[in-house]
Each structure stands twice: as C-alpha cells, then as structure tokens.
Design a protein around this ligand. Structure first.
Ligand SMILES: Nc1ncnc2c1ncn2[C@@H]1O[C@H](COP(=O)(O)OP(=O)(O)OP(=O)(O)O)[C@@H](O)[C@H]1O
Ligand SMILES: [Mg+2]
Length: 393
C-alpha cells in the first residue's frame, strides 16, 4: 500500500501514531501536575523500562502535558561522564524563556537569568577557559547565588529561584531527564538533594526522569530517601489489546484494516514491544497489496522487518561493544533469556569472575546490560539474546 500514507513510526523517540497502553501513567502524571501546581506535597515520576518500550516517547508526552498547562519545560539527555550543570542550565533557560513573555515583572526574569548564567559559568570546563558558554543570556552573571561550585548547593538555589519565577505566574516548571541512569554519581546525589530541598519548600518545580530498569537502584544508592522523592513507573511491553490498538487505530484513519489472524501473527512477532510493533506494522503495510492486511502479508513482510531490526535496533547497539564485551554477551545469550548470574557467565567462559568485571562494567555503562538484582545481569534490549544466538561468533 501507499508508503506515503504509512502511519507507523519505528525509531528512537519517534512519536507513535497512537500512544497505546499508557493511560495509567498519563493519569498519574496528570495528578502530579495538578498537585504540584496547588503546592501539595507530591513525589515526582521516574519512568523505567527496557530499550524501545517507549520511555522517551512517554517523557515527551509528559512534557507536552506540562506545556499545555502553560508550565515552563526543559529537557536534557544525560551522558556518562558529562556533568549535568550545563545541560540543566540550558534546559532551565528554555523553561524560563517559555514563561518570560507572560511575566509582568521583567526584572524578576532578568534576576533569574543572572543567577542562571552564574550557575552555568561555574562549570569546570568553563573555569579552565576551555569553553565558553554562550547561551544568549544578555544580562550579566550575578554573584553569590548558585555559583559556589558545589553542585548540590547551586542546584538547590537555582531550583528555588526558578520555582519562584513560576510561582509568580501560578504555574510550575518541569525538568525532564532522559537516560537518567547515565547521570554521573556525584550529580545524581546533588540532584536528589536539590529535589529533596525543594519538596520541603513546596516550590513548583519537578524533575521527571526516564531510564533503564536499574535506575531506581542507581538513585537509592546515592540517596536513601530517593524512594520518597520519586514514584517509579515501570513500563513494559504492551498487552494484546494495547498492541492491537497501536496498529488498528492509525490504520483506520487511512481506511485500512487488519484481518484477525494478521493481528495474531503481528503480536506473535512483535511480542508487544512498542518498537517491534511499529517495525513489523510498517513493513506489513508497505508490502500488503491492499486492505485488509492479511496474515499472508505479515508472513511475507516479516523477514524484511527482521532485517531492519537487525541493522537498526540490534546491530547499532552490538557495534558499540568491543570484542571482549561481545564474548561476554554471547556467553550470556547462550545461557538463556532470563537474568543470569555473573558467576555463571564466568563459568561458561572458563574465566575468573573478577577478570570479567571490566567487560561487565563497561557493558553496563554502555547501557547494553543492567544488573537486575545483586549478582544477576540481563540485557537492556528486548530479544537481544535471540539476536546474538543468530549471529556468527
Ligand atoms: N505506547 C506506545 N504505543 C505504540 N508505539 C509506541 C509506544 N511507545 C513507544 N512506541 C514506539 O516505540 C519506539 C520506541 O520508543 P522510544 O524511543 O520512546 O523507546 P525508549 O524506551 O526511549 O527506548 P531507548 O531505551 O532505546 O531510548 C518508537 O518507534 C515509538 O514510536
Ligand atoms: Mg529513549
């Protein structure tokens, strides 16, 4: 069928034509926004899940919800080994720019921007003169606030000031952090402390995160009270009903239907994983000669969908691993699809567990595996074991 009208959208962060099966999370976030706006004590949300389950897309939807309420919003994507100071500064700059036109007292905005600039300029890289932050803030940097160099103190002061600008307008500010498990440990701790301070003062600023399944343990390792700061929403594959809706509703817009057994076959292939739903749906649409899309169309198109996933979804991640890391993952895959004991992987490779720690740690850092619980590891990418087993070693 006409590829131009193809509604499906496989791809990182690609907005799906239908955001299926996430009603509970959307409702929860609605409540968070409402309570924070009213100055009620409220935990913020952190979305966790495997690769491709739709964390980024959900975070972006949350952002739109906040914007609809006229909140100021900003978003960062954390990177390992990169301090969050500058990205946070840039994101809050965006958030306050959204609010500024409605603010009656321009000098309040200017004061805040002065503090923001001072905060950003305390970046260690900037101090060494190796780079200059030019965020287009025209006002001079202020002194004595959010510029101590201690990220915990500075973030707290910056958040309090940003929240107070939002309070003037009767709205809030939401800072979104994607790939939150990559925030460096020292910064996680500072961030939690700042959120903790803010939750006590009732300031309307929230930090909303998304990350891999081990994110809650990253946060609680840094601050024991993190469970009281964040409500964790673990998102997973879609159930049958939601996966069907993700396919059917966008097609209906284009007057295209699926036969029941086509939907059966698609669910079996995609296993409810949102990325796979989009990938199989897309190819089935392109190769089907006409509506309705049949089980035969799905069968014919599956190899092409798999080929695209092998390159775009699995292969791109596999390529990030070094040969030693690949051996490690192949050993994991041979053992099975459940979380496996690190000791068992060492056994399979005929090595001492300690000698494999570097490979394991760097795979965790690259976001390819995570520690499901003490001593156990699992792939962050759904069906990765199956992909590896089909791969020549
Ligand atoms: N609720 C949903 N219904 C249908 N499709 C969805 C849904 N959520 C996500 N998708 C689709 O799944 C794909 C992956 O989404 P997204 O990039 O948000 O996942 P992710 O969890 O952030 O993955 P990663 O961990 O790799 O960053 C996209 O193509 C998106 O359109
Ligand atoms: Mg993502």
């Amino acid at each position: 069928m006409d590829p131009v009208r193809n509604p499906y959208a496989p791809g990182a962060g690609q907005r799906p034509p239908e955001l299926a099966g996430r009603d509970r999370e959307l409702q929860q976030f609605e409540v968070v926004l409402e309570r924070v706006a009213r100055g009620r004590p409220e935990r913020s949300m952190v979305v966790t899940g495997l690769r491709g389950v739709g964390k980024t897309v959900l975070l972006n939807t949350f952002k739109s919800m906040a914007m609809q309420r006229l909140w100021g919003t900003g978003k960062i994507e954390a990177r390992p080994d990169q301090s969050i100071r500058r990205p946070v500064a840039a994101a809050l700059h965006m958030a306050v720019r959204e609010l500024a036109p409605r603010h009656r007292a321009p000098e309040r905005i200017e004061d805040f921007l002065g503090v923001l600039k001072a905060f950003a300029m305390r970046d260690p890289a900037a101090a060494k003169g190796t780079s200059h932050w030019s965020p287009g803030i025209e006002v001079p940097a202020s002194r004595g606030r959010a510029d101590s160099g201690d990220l915990e103190i500075d973030l707290t002061e910056l958040f309090v000031d940003a929240a107070s600008v939002a309070t003037d307008l009767g709205v809030g500010i939401a800072l979104f952090i994607d790939e939150m498990q990559d925030v460096p440990a020292a910064d996680v701790s500072a961030l939690c402390a700042a959120c903790h301070e803010l939750s006590q003062s009732g300031g309307p600023l929230i930090v909303v995160g998304a990350g891999l399944p081990h994110l809650p343990s990253v946060l609680s390792a840094s601050k024991s009270y993190s469970e009281r700061l964040f409500r964790y929403a673990r998102i997973d594959r879609l159930d049958r009903e939601a996966a069907d809706l993700a396919l059917i509703l966008p097609a209906r817009e284009e007057d295209v239907e699926f036969t029941q057994d086509a939907l059966d076959a698609l669910y079996e292939a995609a296993d409810g994983y949102p990325y796979f739903v989009q990938a199989y749906g897309k190819v089935a649409w392109d190769l089907a000669p006409r509506s309705p899309i049949t089980v035969e169309d799905v069968r014919v198109s599956a190899p092409e969908a798999e080929e695209e996933l092998a390159v775009g979804f699995f292969g791109s991640r596999y390529e990030r691993a070094t040969p030693a890391e690949r051996d490690y993952m192949h050993a994991m895959a041979q053992i099975g699809d459940e979380p496996v004991a690190t000791a068992e992987v060492a056994d399979a490779l005929g090595r001492k567990p300690s000698s494999l720690s570097p490979a394991r740690d760097s795979l965790i850092k690259k976001g390819l595996i995570y520690s499901a619980e003490r001593g156990l590891i699992a792939f962050t990418v759904p069906h990765f074991g199956r992909f590896l087993r089909a791969q020549p070693i």
